[in-house]
Ligand binder design. Structure first.
Ligand SMILES: *[C@@H]1O[C@H](CO)[C@@H](O)[C@H](O)[C@H]1NC(C)=O
Ligand SMILES: *[C@@H]1O[C@H](CO)[C@@H](O)[C@H](O)[C@H]1NC(C)=O
Length: 655
């Protein structure tokens, strides 16, 4: 009996020894820079969803969206975006709350994709545990090109190898060795190859599938361009989640007689902004749980357009900026792909000025409306334009490709100095706004009215002294500027907004005197982009186009799809943390509508003020049509060659 018992015990011990605590899948990728996407998924999916965390996230998102101006509009956007934007997020959150998930990762994917279906780059759920953490890469970015007979197709970017080997020197051999026998070590020979099939299907099937999950822009064409785009690390070659392990491609290489079929593995690289970890416990502690900056104050700029705006500037100058989960700052371009012209005086950081060889076309390449020093940014814009003029420029191209916005008043400044003083620039170019006036928002303003000392620095968005009414008259400290509330019914749902707000930039928003005359004839200004122009960039482009007759160009994209020259207009953007700061500063955290503190390192972005339209002045500009005057096909000669693009635009629109 005794013997038998110890035998059983030994057997149990052995059995449990065999199945001993499974190895930690996150330890397998801990401390590594490059891993396989399947290993990242194994780590992510090993972490179960804690129900209290799930409810906390849903609650924070739900209650923050009560401050998002567009929630009810986005249930069904007006034409031409009805098909692109139709999500009832409050209903979807109720579904997500009921649904069970295998892991926290699966929950995150569902929540973030649900919100992304709004195709609104201001309204995005972010969670540092998963994005940015590991990014999935291939060394062959794709480009959508038009051949010399006008036929469009998907190609491997002609400069793919140079770009990939500059960016991934420590990984390129893995891909070289993954190629089939006759191509081993010859990754460069894939440059410019025509892509015939992706995973056995027409490449556009893959492009179009991506438009359903990529988010960010209302325009279908803009979302198509997010995949095989005019930016190298578009979503085919860079995934923000470990979605795919490999891709099967059938390609026609340049000069090859028969097509090749290849399989290339995706490789996952630890994001430069991820915090080091060695196992599940340190991954969670360093990247997933709420930090001192998750709730209230000191807004993190982790997910916004580069360069980040410092807190001091953000407090003084309202911003309207796009949230992007695949920041361009994560990769660099080799010097051969930067414009070959010398930059003229006034150029700094995101604003670079050039004079084309014709000596009459000036170019402002404006990558962002964000800058670390607001006053210097505005000074540089003026100095650069004045330099171009003094060097003989009589016409101007403003290239705003991938410009995701930034300072609102910088957009008005640029418009004002180009177009001169006139009814459309003074006091401002338009796009009056409204905020949502829910009960908690009204209560915040009531508290500030009762006790202006709560915010003597005018730090809070809800402080009446930061805004002006529709006649541009400043509100005083005792006015609840959200009232009288404008009761509205949007897509059948009762909603409430503030009265119309007027201009906010002049005079304090302009640190210098603007010139007394227009610097350029606005009809000789062309705004060029890849369609990825958002927020303050949209504000600038729309008012220049609709008020001043500036021309707009979208470079690239399918010729049978309408190309929007901008999107994601917004009005003013903000996020959960800022709203939490407003609530805590006015001591309303115990209000039954206040979101709880977020338990994880996440955030929810929102549009806090929504801009009114120019063509339809009572409707938001957000879902009005912005078709480009010219859709310039990208040929092999133009792809990734900004100077060639600017020269071609000059030829077509400015001579
Ligand atoms: C979201 O908030 C609204 C208003 O407070 C509430 O009625 C609804 O139940 C909430 N939804 C979820 C999923 O918590
Ligand atoms: C909320 O908190 C404030 C002080 O922070 C307190 O005066 C007030 O009574 C509280 N209200 C509720 C409903 O608990």
């Amino acid at each position: 009996m005794v013997v038998l018992q110890s035998f059983v015990t030994l057997a149990l011990l052995l059995a449990s020894g065999v199945q001993a605590a499974p190895a930690d899948p996150c330890a397998a990728i801990g401390g590594k820079k490059w891993v396989a996407p399947s290993e990242v998924r194994a780590c992510y999916q090993s972490f179960k969803l804690d129900n209290s965390v799930k409810n906390n996230i849903i609650d924070v998102v739900n209650r923050t969206l009560a401050f998002h101006t567009s929630t009810n509009y986005q249930i069904r956007a007006p034409a031409p975006f009805t098909v692109d934007v139709h999500v009832n997020v409050p209903q979807e959150l109720a579904r997500i709350k009921r649904q069970s998930y295998r892991s926290e990762y699966d929950f995150h994917v569902d929540l973030s994709r649900t919100v992304k279906r709004l195709n609104d780059g201001h309204c995005v759920w972010t969670f540092g545990c998963y994005v940015p953490f590991f990014f999935n890469y291939l060394p062959i970015p794709l480009a959508h090109l038009t051949d010399d007979r006008g036929r469009q197709g998907v190609y491997i970017a002609p400069e793919a190898f140079a770009v990939a080997s500059a960016e991934f020197p420590d990984q390129i051999d893995v891909w070289q060795n993954a190629l089939p026998f006759h191509l081993k070590g010859k990754l460069e020979s894939l440059n410019g190859a025509k892509v015939l099939l992706i995973n056995g299907l027409d490449p556009y099937a893959s492009v179009n599938a991506n438009t359903l999950i990529t988010g960010s822009y209302q325009g279908y064409g803009t979302r198509q361009n997010a995949y095989a785009g005019t930016t190298f690390w578009a979503t085919f070659a860079q995934q923000s989640l470990p979605l795919a392990d490999s891709v099967l491609l059938t390609i026609q290489r340049k000069g090859a007689v028969i097509p090749d079929t290849i399989v290339l593995p995706y490789r996952s690289r630890l994001s430069t902004s991820a915090k080091a970890f060695t196992d599940t416990a340190s991954w969670r502690a360093n990247n997933c749980v709420a930090t001192a900056t998750t709730n209230e104050e000191d807004p993190s700029t982790r997910f916004e357009q580069a360069p980040p705006i410092p807190v001091e500037e953000r407090v003084r100058h309202p911003i309207n900026v796009f949230l992007d989960d695949t920041p361009l700052t994560n990769v660099d371009l080799p010097p051969t792909l930067k414009p070959a012209l010398p930059a003229v005086k006034g150029s700094r950081s995101v604003s670079q000025f050039y004079l084309l060889d014709d000596k009459k076309t000036g170019v402002l390449a404006l990558g962002s409306f964000s800058d670390t020093v607001y006053d210097e940014f505005l000074r540089g814009l003026l100095e650069g334009l004045l330099t171009l003029k003094s060097e003989g420029a009589t016409q101007l191209i403003v290239d705003v490709s991938n410009n995701g916005g930034g300072y609102i008043c910088a957009a008005h400044w640029l418009h004002r100095i180009i177009a001169g003083p006139k009814s459309t620039t003074e006091p401002q170019a338009g796009l009056d706004t409204k905020a949502r006036a829910g009960p908690l928002a009204q209560a915040i303003v009531d508290e500030l009215n009762k006790n202006p000392k709560l915010d003597t620095d005018l730090f809070l968005n809800y402080n009446p002294q930061n805004w002006r009414d529709a006649s541009n008259k400043p509100f005083d400290a005792q006015t609840n500027w959200l009232r009288p509330v404008v009761e509205s019914t949007i897509n059948g749902v009762p909603d409430a907004f503030s009265p119309r707000l007027g201009q906010e930039c002049q005079p304090e928003g302009f640190p210098f005197l603007a010139p007394t005359e227009a610097l350029f004839d606005p009809t000789k200004v062309v705004i060029v982009s890849n369609g990825r122009c958002a927020s303050s960039c949209s504000l600038f482009s729309i008012t220049m186009s609709k008020h001043e007759g500036a021309k707009t160009v979208v470079v690239g994209g399918k010729s049978d799809i309408r190309q929007q020259y901008c999107g994601i207009v917004g009005g003013q953007s903000t996020n959960f943390k800022t709203i939490d700061t407003e609530i805590k500063t006015t001591q309303l955290k115990n209000n039954s509508l206040a979101p709880p503190d977020l338990l994880v390192a996440g955030s929810q972005g929102i549009t806090w003020r929504l801009a009114f339209g120019l063509d339809k002045p009572e409707e938001p500009e957000e879902w009005q049509d912005h078709p480009a005057d010219l859709n310039l096909p990208v040929t092999a000669a133009l792809v990734n060659n900004p100077v060639a693009i600017w020269t071609e635009v000059t030829k077509r629109l400015l001579q």
